[in-house]
Design a protein around this ligand. Structure first.
Ligand SMILES: Cc1cc2nc3c(=O)[nH]c(=O)nc-3n(C[C@H](O)[C@H](O)[C@H](O)COP(=O)(O)OP(=O)(O)OC[C@H]3O[C@@H](n4cnc5c(N)ncnc54)[C@H](O)[C@@H]3O)c2cc1C
Length: 328
């Protein structure tokens, strides 16, 4: 079968943004492979999820509604999905390339003897009908192209590698039983604590990121970065120099020893563009830098560069975006 499956990432039926991006990617891959985009839903809250699943173009959903997926995570998911993938052999399965998606993909790969490609920043179908996957290596200095020889192809796609686009379809549903062996029940999730920062998207999920560096000079000046981010609905990132100085939490650090991000838009404010910072952000689709030093290495990377004092440029930029939003 040439269908392209997506393991939906969700919280009680509320789909994450990356799920919508995966559905968009699956549509394009299915068109190239000659199959259909299929959503796989495991957990609770399908009624809440299904309208968006159809809106983003899945023509079929395999639905396994059970609390066991929350209780025995991730073993229940691995066992259920491995069984259905092994039986129906789709063209491939797309997973969100976060810790959870990568773990599930790797365990299914081990169970079924399949290869897995993780951290993909793009995926297409080659002339032989196999996946052509790109990912960034050596701190982002090299883009590597890879394929898999063992089908079904298991591919973990990074958040924001694809922009989510709606394409409403009529959705057929099929119920799939949850499989949970006694082995899977040996580890039980005891408690869940949400650590998501209120309001702004986390840096590794945001489609737009505004990051601040040492050029901000004082932690209070991160308010300028936050105000710009809020106008754009963006996440806030930081350089290691800013994090090490205690100006911003480590969870926001972008770079070799922080998060690797691939947003649609990355705005670097008062960041020099050291190699270790670039390693975390140079696969962003569009890069903008605001820096007062015209020789700063960040300008070698940018699509748009503003040579100027951030304390002058950033408030004006924020104000102009606000004005244009309100104008229409
Ligand atoms: C092993 C290792 C791992 C590392 N991992 C990371 C990592 O994950 N992430 C990371 O970011 N770094 C990392 N680093 C640190 C990295 O080498 C740099 O030191 C760091 O990125 C510098 O941060 P910065 O650009 O904010 O500061 P700086 O290099 O000090 O740059 C500040 C910039 O602000 C500009 N500026 C100053 N004032 C203004 C103003 N008023 N208006 C406009 N521009 C202004 C300056 O021109 C300058 O370019 C790592 C280093 C090592 C050795």
């Amino acid at each position: 079968m040439a269908d392209v499956w997506v393991l939906l990432d969700h919280e009680e039926g509320a789909l994450s943004k990356v799920s919508l991006q995966l559905l968009t990617a699956a549509r394009s891959l299915a068109a190239q492979a000659g199959g259909s985009p299929v959503a796989v839903f495991c957990g609770t809250g399908w009624e809440r999820a299904k309208e968006a699943v159809a809106r983003y173009g899945a023509t079929k959903a395999l639905v396994s509604e059970s609390k066991d997926f929350d209780r025995y995570q991730p073993a229940a998911l691995v066992e259920t999905l491995a069984a259905v993938v092994g039986e129906r052999t789709p063209w491939g399965v797309l997973f969100a390339s976060g810790p959870a998606g990568k773990e599930v993909a790797a365990r299914i790969g081990a169970l079924l003897g399949l290869g897995v490609l993780a951290d993909a920043i793009s995926v297409s179908v080659d002339d032989a009908g196999r996946p052509l996957v790109e990912h960034a290596a050596f701190g982002g200095a090299v883009i590597v192209r890879k394929t898999l020889r063992s089908a079904p192809y298991l591919i973990c796609l990074k958040a924001n590698a694809v922009a989510a686009e709606e394409s409403p379809a009529s959705l057929e549903e099929e119920t799939v039983p949850a499989l949970v062996s006694d082995d899977a029940k040996r580890v039980t999730v005891a408690e869940r604590v949400s650590t998501a920062a209120a309001g702004r998207p986390p840096v590794d999920q945001a489609a737009v990121i505004v990051s601040g560096g040492r050029g901000l000079q004082d932690p209070a000046n991160f308010a300028l970065v936050e105000a710009l981010a809020d106008e754009l609905g963006a996440g806030v990132g930081a350089s290691r120099a800013a994090v090490d100085a205690g100006w911003y939490p480590h969870a926001a650090q972008v770079g070799q020893t922080g998060k690797t991000v691939s947003p649609q838009l990355y705005i670097a404010v008062g960041i020099s563009g050291a190699i270790q910072h670039r390693a975390g952000m140079q696969t962003a689709k569009t890069i903008v830098a605001i820096n007062k030093d015209p020789d700063s290495p960040i300008f070698a990377l940018v699509d748009f560069g503003v040579v100027g004092d951030l304390f002058d440029v950033v408030p004006k930029l924020t104000e102009e975006i606000r004005r244009r939003k309100h104008a229409g």
